[in-house]
Write a protein that binds this ligand. Structure first.
Ligand code: AMP
Ligand code: GLY
Length: 425
């Protein structure tokens, strides 16, 4: 079995690690991969967004499976192209990836299918958008419809902030085409969850829930990031909540996607908010989340490779066994580079201490230089997953190792999982 993993972050390292756990004889190739993945397989210097070069590589090497990590190549139609070449590819088509890449598309689909989500209207005209902001009143949420590097959502606590966000997106084109269309959305409150499900387009295999930590600072303070850590499982998302989300969110959304002529296969990520009126969808992503994947996959006892392969081959997972999970908990602490989430300094030399039992080190933004020194090469540098019987044990293992990682300007949060610990877990 020969598998290509597309991408080079912590998520892809965790995917590669899990696939090799499932089949130690697997021949693993990554494009472009990273030094952590290079310890597991071969890395090909092809960018994750170079669809032509990836297709050439896949044709030459005849992979049994291509797993696409990030959203960018999905949006560019990598899965469409691979399928046309007869190569089994895990991930949605470009049309189905619109569930993440167009917030307007996702919102219209959810509202039409009766999937619980915040009410929202879409605008391209700034006066009309400002009028909607004033009609709803603060707090109110303004979102760029397209992908804006995680910066396209403004949760405005005042009307002034909301109107400024409308102006930035529709008048000043702060996000270019991604912000040429905005959603003005009702404000929701509640705890957020990341819930992933593998799907063949109709049936789902839900995973356990995780919780991301988007702010740079401890106690969830400071600017937003791509995610500074995650933990799993989440006690406020027991199987009953997950079953409910399958019935009320995943199943109707997948039906609506089929009816829209864009069946979604791969991994559907629902960002949910547990509001006083029940779980509501904040957003969908068309791929595994990062860093949630690094927390979730180490707890997955059953095979990921088997359902991925079935889905990539276009087979049904109607009769697949439910995913099986180990007991215990994980906490993933992201170690970020100097400057993150602002402009990041790259090239700092990294020292990694020996990895103790109960800790997994996933590379996210690293590179090896000509002398073989590991250096920072991205905002999020490492994702450190600690495992334990309890969340407290897992947090300790993760934070302790993160504290031993050395490079200039290193930043990490010691409090990943704090909500769960505050619940007494
Ligand atoms: P998104 O990029 O859509 O996930 O939004 C980023 C973050 O903004 C979410 O994780 C929420 O914390 C917040 N957010 C988005 N939409 C809403 C909403 N309607 N009400 C309150 N907070 C929201
Ligand atoms: N951790 C959030 C994301 O992957 O989008």
């Amino acid at each position: 079995m020969k598998v290509l993993v597309v991408g080079g972050g912590g998520r892809e390292h965790a995917l590669a690690w899990k696939l090799l756990q499932d089949d130690p004889h697997l021949e693993l190739v990554a494009a472009p991969g990273n030094p952590g993945i290079a310890a597991l397989g071969r890395c090909e210097p092809v960018a994750a967004t170079d669809v032509d070069a990836l297709c050439t590589l896949a044709t030459r090497e005849r992979f049994d499976l291509v797993v696409v990590g990030p959203e960018a190549p999905l949006e560019l139609g990598l899965v469409d192209r691979l399928r046309a070449l007869g190569i089994p590819a895990f991930g949605p088509t470009a049309a189905a990836a619109a569930i993440e890449t167009s917030k307007r598309f996702a919102k219209q689909l959810m509202l039409a299918a009766g999937v619980p989500t915040a009410m929202a209207r879409t605008f391209t005209n700034a006066d009309a958008a400002r009028a909607e902001v004033r009609r709803l009143g603060a707090p109110v949420v303004v979102k760029a419809s397209g992908i804006a590097a995680g910066k396209g959502v403004v949760v405005a606590m005042t009307l002034g902030e909301a109107e400024a966000a409308v102006d930035a997106m529709l008048v000043d084109n702060a996000f270019g085409a991604a912000g040429a269309e905005v959603l003005v959305e009702e404000f929701m409150t509640g705890e957020e969850l990341s819930l992933f499900a593998l799907t063949d387009g109709t049936h789902v295999l839900p995973m356990i829930a995780a919780q991301d930590h988007k702010r740079i600072g401890e106690g969830d303070t400071g600017p937003n990031t791509g995610g500074m850590g995650a933990y799993a499982p989440v006690s406020i998302a027991p199987p009953s909540v997950i079953d409910d989300a399958v019935q009320r969110v995943f199943t109707p959304t997948l039906r609506a996607m089929r009816e829209a002529g864009a069946p979604f296969t791969g991994l559907l990520y629902a960002g949910l908010m547990l509001t006083p009126h029940g779980p509501k969808v904040v957003e969908f992503n068309c791929r595994f989340g990062d860093p949630e994947t690094e927390a979730i996959l180490p707890l997955l006892e059953s095979s990921l490779l088997e359902p991925m392969l079935a889905i990539a081959r276009g087979e049904s997972i109607a009769h697949a066994s439910p995913l099986r999970w180990s007991p215990g908990a994980t906490v993933t602490t992201v170690v970020a580079a100097a400057g993150y989430p602002g402009s990041v300094r790259n090239g700092d030399a990294i020292t990694l201490p020996p990895v103790p039992d109960g800790v997994l080190v996933f590379h996210a933004g690293t590179r090896g230089d000509a002398e073989g020194t590991l250096r920072t090469a991205g905002g999020r540098v490492l994702a450190i997953t600690g495992r334990g019987e309890t969340i407290a044990d897992a947090q300790q293992a993760s934070a302790q190792y993160a504290a031993q990682v050395q490079f200039d300007g290193r930043q990490f949060r010691r409090d990943i999982g704090w909500r769960e610990r505050a619940r007494g877990a």
